[in-house]
Write a protein that binds this ligand. Structure first.
Ligand code: HSE
Length: 411
């Protein structure tokens, strides 16, 4: 069986490396007589590369080659990835993708195309890098009604936050280190502004709750506004700040979906997830909470998930894997401020005592936070858990100038 790889960046080159390194055992597990790379598509030149003879700049070499049964897409972005993936599926080729942007934007359409053409469209590597999560949700946890999924879905921001918190590194230095290690997206704003995590929660929510969730349905905030003051207040409160993507199923079958920096307590299973590691908590009605933990980014961890999908495609040639979700619906994803949550607030005030009294009058048992060397006009507190809309309205009426508001979660 022959394979084409589209995109020879960090992940695509990792896929080739892994296919060659573990060729014997991979072929044995695939049930095929062989699994060979036939073409590698990339717009760049790879003169002198050991795989030079496979390179092409023309997608038609792959599309028109009947010997290619599996196409691996590691290009990133939606175009031309969408065009190439859809043409491959329609030509009867199975596709494996690591491209979360593509799956979050076009997953439903591509899954339908795969169904119509009796081929597979698999994307284990699109969420959590090397962590098995798509297959466990769709297979191992299939007996559960899943009520909630939440996690640290972006290795770059978790790495940056960890370096800032533990090593006192400046944001730019930590970002540079993440890029040097191959964790960050080509455009790091997708990581630090939360878009990468939003794409991943879209894929997870679509899979868990059965209807496509698009990125613009997800309220998204990144980590660029997090300051050392917030980190210190979180520490004194007994927790840490993590970028959390989460989606919950609500009673009326709508869902909520958000990405944002949140306070979580030190005893949370997500609190000790550091560096480039990701962790994804799935709450099922039969299993309870189950947490998947591992390397969420990087060349070989991500290639590990891609190649597992390649093996699965090779095993499911006659009959495709039944896998996917349905179209979205209007008003399927609600405004998260309609839900109940506690909020962390950091603010400045001209009169600390008045602000302190007003906060205590407004909220039932708010928790006033402290940190060493705080400016006299700085005040920080955690509200009780109430409907977020009411909490935000009440905060807006306080005699304070709000500098940060973060949700406080209790996983
Ligand atoms: N930039 C992504 C991350 C890569 O840091 O998690 C893996 O999706």
């Amino acid at each position: 069986m022959q394979i084409a790889i589209m995109g020879f960046g960090t992940i695509g080159s990792g896929v080739a490396e892994l296919l060659l390194k573990n060729q014997k055992s991979i072929v044995a597990k695939s049930g095929q007589a062989s699994l060979e790379i036939k073409h590698i598509l990339d717009i760049r030149d790879f003169k002198g590369h050991e795989l030079e003879k496979y390179f092409t700049k023309d997608f038609n070499d792959i599309l028109n080659d009947p010997a290619v049964s599996i196409v691996v897409e590691c290009m990133g972005g939606t175009e031309p990835a969408y065009e190439y993936v859809s043409k491959s599926l329609m030509a009867g080729k199975s596709v494996v993708s690591s491209n979360k942007e593509l799956v979050a934007a076009k997953g439903y359409e591509l899954l339908e195309m795969a169904k119509e053409n009796n081929v597979n469209f698999l994307f284990e590597a699109s969420v959590g890098g090397g962590i098995p999560i798509i297959r466990p949700i769709s297979q191992c946890l299939a007996a559960n009604e899943i009520g909630e999924i939440a996690g640290i879905l972006n290795g770059t921001t978790n790495f940056i936050l960890t370096k800032m918190i533990v090593d006192g590194m400046a944001f730019e230095d930590a970002l540079k280190l993440a890029q040097d290690n191959g964790y960050a997206e080509r455009d790091p704003s997708a990581d630090i502004l939360g878009h990468d995590a939003a794409r991943k929660i879209c894929i997870l929510a679509s899979l868990c709750f059965g209807k496509h969730v698009y990125p613009d349905f997800v309220e998204t905030e990144g980590i660029t506004g997090i300051t050392s003051e917030d980190v210190e207040y979180a520490k004194n409160w007994g927790g840490v700040i993590k970028l959390i993507g989460r989606a919950q199923k609500l009673d009326d079958n709508s869902i909520s979906a958000t990405v944002g920096p949140c306070l979580i307590q030190n005893h949370s299973q997500l609190a000790s997830v550091d560096d480039v590691f990701n962790a994804i908590l799935v709450r099922g009605d039969a299993i309870g909470d189950v947490v998947f933990y591992g390397k969420g980014a990087g060349k070989l961890p991500t290639a590990s998930a891609v190649v597992a999908d390649v093996i699965d495609c090779a095993k499911h040639t006659a009959k495709r894997k039944a896998f996917g979700w349905g179209p979205t619906e209007e008003n399927y994803v609600i405004d998260p401020v309609l839900q109940s949550t506690a909020l962390y607030v950091r603010a400045e005030t001209e009169d600390y005592i008045t602000a302190f009294n007003e906060i205590n009058k407004t909220f039932d048992s708010p928790l006033i936070l402290h940190r060493d060397n705080a400016e006299k006009n700085e005040i920080a507190f955690v509200t009780p858990a109430i409907r977020e809309k009411e909490a935000r309205n009440a905060i807006a009426k306080l005699p304070i100038d709000v500098k940060a508001i973060l949700r406080v979660l209790d996983y």
